[in-house]
Write a protein of this length. Structure first.
Length: 287
């Protein structure tokens, strides 16, 4: 087992106006700078949590040799009070900070030996999203492309039950709350639509974001040859029992798998007797 250093990501880089991530976010970085080759960033979904969304992922990674060359980040954010564009901008801020030395700065503050404190350019990035996190990642990829961030050229995307084609709750739950007096008295539908922007952002038919997100992503995937980095072509998996999101993938996505016996929440939660999600993020033979 390789040696890792653990610390929270609710920190402000020097000169920054806001923290890198919400409280509860964590970084598990390798102590030996010579071992580091990639960064893996996990992004939870709606009402999710930086760590609990992923169940035993943080623990099982420590025991899996495929992850021995990766700094691993469990990114947290407030998924209920802000619009998709704002969430994607914050994720880009976080990713850019990783690339430009915020982790190095924090390690120096912790008194980590100088070798690991030096800035490390990752060979590749893997962005792993669940549900709304998948949408945030795909929008962040578009923003990063337009901003010409260098990390986009070595980025891969892996999505568990992504809501990139819409979420059923946005179509049915909001109107239900408004139609049922017993529920609407406590959670009036108009109030929720403004208090929780994801309700409109993820509506399968009325979303102001999702059609444009799909169109622009597929255009970029078409523009680049198959040998290009796969930031615009995700590998997706859904649970066969998922009744939360619309289970579909983009036309240029690499793979769309379906897991029998799993629903929206369990599809991304490995445990000691079921480690398939670790295999999906880093398949055997992954370079």
């Amino acid at each position: 087992m390789v040696e890792r250093i653990f610390f929270g990501l609710n920190i402000k880089p020097r000169g920054a106006q806001k923290p890198l991530a919400a409280p509860g976010s964590q970084c598990h970085v390798l102590a030996d700078p010579n071992e580091v080759r990639r960064a893996i960033v996990f992004v939870h979904g709606f009402w999710g949590d930086a760590l609990t969304t992923w169940n035993e992922f943080p623990l099982l990674i420590l025991e899996d040799k495929r992850y021995n060359n990766a700094d691993v980040f469990f990114y947290g954010y407030d998924s209920t009070k802000r619009q998709l564009g704002s969430l994607a901008n914050d994720l880009n801020y976080f990713l850019d900070a990783i690339v430009n030395g915020a982790v190095t700065e924090k390690l120096a503050e912790l008194g980590v030996p100088e070798g690991r404190g030096r800035h490390k350019q990752y060979d590749d990035f893997i962005l792993v999203g669940h549900s709304l996190g998948g949408v945030v990642i795909r929008q962040a990829v578009l923003y990063a492309t337009k901003a010409e961030f260098e990390w986009i050229n070595k980025c891969k995307v892996v999505l568990f039950a992504p809501a990139h084609c819409g979420a059923r709750f946005a179509k049915y739950i909001w109107p239900m709350l408004g139609a049922w007096p017993c529920l609407g008295r406590f959670f009036p539908s108009p109030f929720l639509k403004y208090a929780i922007p994801a309700g409109d952002d993820l509506h399968p038919e009325k979303s102001p974001y999702l059609p444009r997100l799909r169109e622009e992503t597929e255009q970029l995937a078409t523009r680049f040859p198959d040998t290009a980095p796969s930031a615009y072509r995700a590998r997706c998996v859904f649970g066969a029992k998922d009744n939360v999101v619309v289970c579909d993938h983009y036309n240029k996505d690499y793979r769309c798998a379906e897991l029998d016996g799993h629903g929206h929440m369990s599809v991304c939660k490995p445990h000691r007797s079921w480690k398939w999600p670790l295999d999906f993020v880093l398949p055997e033979g992954n370079p």
